[in-house]
Design a protein around this ligand. Structure first.
Ligand SMILES: C[S@@+](CC[C@H](N)C(=O)[O-])C[C@H]1O[C@@H](n2cnc3c(N)ncnc32)[C@H](O)[C@@H]1O
Length: 391
């Protein structure tokens, strides 16, 4: 496998995030060939795929297109897959996992498609190398993504393996944690770059504060993880990987220029946030406090304050939460003048209770829940606290 050959790479993301992912990709000097809601295509090598695995904060998977073909039924699928030179990519000693998504009349389940693709790959390797790799659902080794849409099929090598959102620091999740890549995308949307304080009341397991610290330190999120799918492929360039990691480490700051403060009323939440921050190597840099969100210390320098309150679907109760959302509006008005405030929620009627005029309402998806990131400018002076009934 030639790690420097130009390939078609596809970087996937969650709905609502592709604009932020595109910005990240372009900042790394790649050009987006096509952009949709959930994927960005670029022309780049597997060496670049390693760099993207290391650097991207908002992406989900880095995929490398291996083969595209048309196919009408499972027999044709087997023939197309078995004709690919898998023995050049995967050793018989490896473990293989197939991730399929199917939208065709030919078959109605992706498990069957995965089985067919897996059979063809291991049969081919057994024929060429004398033994076959083991396979199963574990994504810690070689991962192949397969998409079948009507009569078109795509086979990708998943260079990430496990999702990039699995940074590896969240050993102790608290209630309803945000995924790491969503937290990073929310911070990108606020414009946070570390050149201002970041305050995160209701921090839960600390995902927003930890991602903010990684951004402010310019620390590549992939440095937290040693395993990626690409590492299990024949010809993986360990030396180049080491050099990329060294380069990324050298670019990372040691100190935060501004304070990051994370608070929660639940001491167990702060315990888990501290442990997660420790695993991420940023626990000394975040100020944690157990307190009601209204008592969160607000630094003098003006910055960003972001809250992810309960939505009331999974956790809290609606009437209680109405009061909480109302108090967020009061807290913003009375204590956060000069700050830009953000509320991330999946409950629009509750969001209305904040009672301030939102300057932006950005759509994101937290798992399947459609959410909004609402932005409020707390001006010092006449515009401060202007009320509005819209969410
Ligand atoms: C949806 S969770 C936040 C999840 C977090 N974004 C994460 O990634 O883990 C909401 C958090 O708000 C906290 N909370 C609820 N009411 C609070 C209050 N009055 N003051 C401070 N924190 C509160 C809860 O303890 C919970 O941890």
């Amino acid at each position: 496998m030639d790690m420097r050959k130009n390939e078609t790479l596809v970087i996937t993301c969650d709905r609502g995030v592709s604009g932020y992912l595109r910005r990240e990709i372009e900042q790394l000097s790649y050009t987006a060939k096509s952009v949709s809601d959930t994927r960005i295509e670029i022309a780049a090598s597997l060496h670049d795929a390693m760099r993207l695995n290391l650097m991207l904060r908002t992406g989900v998977n880095v995929l490398c297109l291996l083969k595209q073909f048309s196919c009408k039924n499972p027999d044709e699928l087997y023939k197309e897959v078995v004709s690919f030179p898998w023995e050049d990519y995967i050793l018989p000693s490896e473990y293989l996992s197939i991730v399929s998504r199917v939208n065709t009349l030919s078959i109605n389940n992706s498990v069957f498609a995965s089985q067919k693709v897996k059979d063809a790959i291991v049969d081919r390797i057994a024929e060429k190398r004398g033994s076959r790799p083991n396979s199963g659902p574990d994504r810690d080794n070689v991962v192949i993504n397969f998409y079948w849409n009507e009569e078109q099929c795509w086979l990708y090598l998943n260079a990430s393996g496990k999702k990039l959102s699995d940074r590896g620091y969240r050993k102790i999740p608290h209630t309803a944690p945000l995924r790491e890549n969503l937290a990073a995308a929310l911070l990108c949307a606020t414009g946070f770059d570390g050149s201002q304080p970041l305050v995160n009341p209701m921090c839960g397991s600390g995902t927003l504060a930890i991602e903010a610290a990684l951004i402010a330190l310019n620390r590549a999120p992939g440095l937290l993880r040693s395993n990626f799918g690409l590492k299990h492929i024949i010809g993986f360039d360990q030396e180049a990987w080491g050099a990329l990691r060294k380069e990324a480490r050298a670019r990372s700051r040691k100190e935060l220029p501004f304070r990051i403060i994370a608070t929660d009323i639940d001491k167990n939440a702060i315990e888990s946030a501290k442990k997660n921050a420790q695993t991420a190597g940023v626990d000394q840099l975040i100020e944690f406090h157990v307190c009601d969100f209204r008592d969160t210390p607000i630094p003098e320098e003006k910055g960003i304050i972001i809250l992810n309150p309960e939505y009331g679907y999974r956790l809290g109760k609606q009437p209680e939460l109405e009061k909480v959302y109302e108090s967020i509006g009061d807290f913003f008005k009375n204590k956060c003048a000069g700050y830009t405030g953000y509320v991330f929620t999946g409950n629009m009627p509750l969001a209305k209770k904040v009672g301030l005029k939102a300057s932006r309402r950005l759509i994101f998806f937290n798992a399947k829940i459609e959410c909004r990131l609402l932005e409020y400018h707390m001006y010092i002076g006449s515009k401060e606290g202007r009320h509005d009934d819209r969410p």
